[in-house]
Design a protein around this ligand. Structure first.
Ligand code: E4P
Length: 215
């Protein structure tokens, strides 16, 4: 399973890229604002991210209607080869996805909360579809079941669209969607930190070193 970092912060992205932990980046308007990026600096900022990370980098359009979405998408697509245009799962977003796919521009349909939304994204030729597990579970529905259903549907019809599970609240959820066969997980830096840690590893290591009288 590929692991993307869900962040627009250059320091965080550089750190995990240098560790070799990440395969790509996802951003959204909230993360861009959190990283303090002003609209006039956005393209330059994205260009820097695309230089740091060789994998795919998703940027979400701010426009909400078909034509302005397309215009914005085409501008972003010229920043770098690894740019992916994130579009919301709306009528305009799906139509823009189909048009952009026809131009070989990579797309990521985001804010997906149902298997049928995911299926429509795949039918429109999306490169990636992003179901939001955490927000589904915040509303007391089953986010893991959402990924199970997306996987089954995509496998039934050999859709090439990649399932990118997003919006995690725990690393247990990440292990669950890895078992189901999600192609990608996008993870916050805070959760990424917990991937390799286990208290028994620390306790075990301390005992080994104590037994070896190294420490
Ligand atoms: C993914 O692409 C989204 O940016 C992200 O995972 C949303 O997560 P949130 O629900 O924690 O905001």
């Amino acid at each position: 399973m590929l692991i993307y970092i869900d962040s627009a912060n250059i320091e965080e992205i550089s750190k995990y890229q240098s560790y070799g932990f990440i395969d790509g980046v996802t951003t959204n308007p909230s993360l861009i604002a959190k990283a303090g990026i002003k609209p006039k600096n956005l393209k330059n900022h994205l260009s820097k991210i695309c230089e740091i990370v060789k994998g795919l980098v998703s940027i979400e359009v701010y426009a909400t209607n078909y034509e302005p979405m397309l215009q914005e998408a085409i501008e972003y697509s010229m920043i770098a080869k690894n740019i992916v245009i994130k579009l919301p799962c709306t009528e305009g977003g799906l139509r823009a996805c189909k048009t952009l796919s026809g131009k070989n521009i990579k797309t990521n349909i985001t804010l997906v909360f149902s298997p049928l939304q995911a299926m429509m994204a795949a039918k429109m030729g999306a490169t990636i579809v992003s179901p939001f597990i955490g927000r589904v579970e915040d509303a007391l529905f089953d986010g893991i079941e959402l990924i199970t259903q997306c996987r089954e549907i995509f496998d039934n019809y050999d859709f090439e669209t990649k399932i990118l599970s997003a919006s995690f609240r725990s690393n247990k959820q990440i292990a669950q969607i890895a078992r189901i066969g999600s192609d990608i997980a996008t993870v916050s830096p805070e959760l990424l930190d917990t991937f390799i840690k286990h208290p028994f590893t620390d306790i075990g290591l301390e005992k080994f070193l104590k037994d070896a009288k190294i420490h």
